[in-house]
Ligand binder design. Structure first.
Ligand code: CP
Ligand code: NVA
Length: 325
């Protein structure tokens, strides 16, 4: 796929203006982003770029929480495409404190071609989208991490091809679990999510996944037992037990999540060729042991690299079809 083909297919799909949730995509539009990401990865590795913006293309990068992968892949990816990020930390703009979110959105919409934001409250993203007039991308909220999900599914496609798979999620039914489950079901996979009681994915996400699955053949199943989830799985995915913003629950969570560690004995129950995913940062010895994270089944470094290629594909498409000042 080249860039012109990708853009033509994307335009024909009545594409989303924003990417706040995986549910902004359809199976068809998700596939365009992923196919373009694979092509962009090949091009970048060969020393070429598929997308080069001709006019100055600034993108606001708002981060209310820390980040390694998301920030670096956005800044590097935008630069590679001839665009650039304007980094704004929580302290710089103090959204909702120094200035109302809607006013920040209206200001940014006069200067930048898109806003990418990592926020505590998902509603802030909706407000930025409503008032800015430019594409808004969710770089992680308390509810979803949809950019992560694109890299996750790209990595699965690289390692396992396009066939429907059995996928186990082990641990917290959190933001990453939400986006991953939606996209995996959208692409026809079966996802078994094992969480402690009280940490299940949100009912609205489960409903959305079930509705998507009726069209794609994918499905989402909730359970308690990590052994049941991992049995014969092709992919095993975990995330931290304590997400950003939940630090006061650390002790309680550590007790409840102990049986959900992804370790060698658990991995022996998965398919022998199973791969392990983790969005990172990993807390070695908590949700995942070092021997698994560093072992032959781990795909986490490819997964981290693919944040770059998937976000370039997504932003290339959104910036080319969105309105801007
Ligand atoms: N996986 C991920 O989003 O990493 P960062 O928090 O470092 O951006
Ligand atoms: N669930 C984690 C993901 C970090 C990338 C968090 O929200 O902190």
């Amino acid at each position: 796929m080249d860039w012109e083909q990708a853009l033509e297919r994307w335009r024909a799909l009545q594409p989303p203006r924003h990417y706040l949730s995986v549910s902004d995509l359809t199976p068809e539009s998700a596939q365009v982003v992923l196919e373009l990401a694979h092509a962009m990865k090949r091009a970048t590795h060969a020393g070429n770029e598929l997308v080069r913006f001709e006019r100055p293309t600034p993108v606001a990068l708002i981060f209310e929480k820390p980040s390694l992968r998301t920030r670096v892949t956005l800044e590097v990816g935008l630069y590679q495409m001839g665009a650039y990020g304007v980094y704004l930390s929580a302290n710089d703009i103090q959204m909702g404190k120094r200035e109302a979110v809607m006013d920040i959105a209206r200001n940014l919409g006069r200067w930048v071609h898109a806003i990418v934001a990592r926020v505590f409250h998902h509603g802030v993203l909706k407000e930025l989208a409503e008032f800015s007039g430019v594409p808004v991308v969710n770089a992680l909220s308390d509810y979803e991490h949809p950019c992560q999900a694109l890299a996750d599914l790209m990595t699965i496609q690289e390692r396992k091809g396009m066939r429907p798979l059995q996928i186990a999620w082990v641990g917290d039914g959190n933001n990453v679990c939400h986006s991953f489950s939606l996209l995996a079901v959208m692409l026809g996979h079966t996802v078994r999510v094992a969480t402690p009681e009280g940490y299940e994915p949100a009912p609205a996400i489960v409903q959305q996944a079930q509705a998507i699955g009726q069209k794609t053949g994918g499905s989402l199943h909730l359970m308690r037992d990590p052994i049941e989830a991992v049995a014969e799985a092709d992919v095993v995915y975990t995330d931290v037990w304590v997400s950003m913003g939940y630090e006061t629950e650390r002790e309680v969570r550590a007790r409840q999540f102990t049986p959900y560690q992804v370790n060698r004995p658990l991995m022996r129950l998965a398919h022998p060729d199973a791969i392990v995913l983790h969005c990172l940062p990993a807390h070695r010895g908590e949700e995942i042991t070092s021997d698994v994270l560093d072992g032959p089944q781990s795909a986490v470094w490819d997964q981290a690299e693919n944040r770059l290629h998937t976000q370039k594909a997504l932003l290339g498409l959104l910036l080319s079809t969105g309105s801007h000042p």
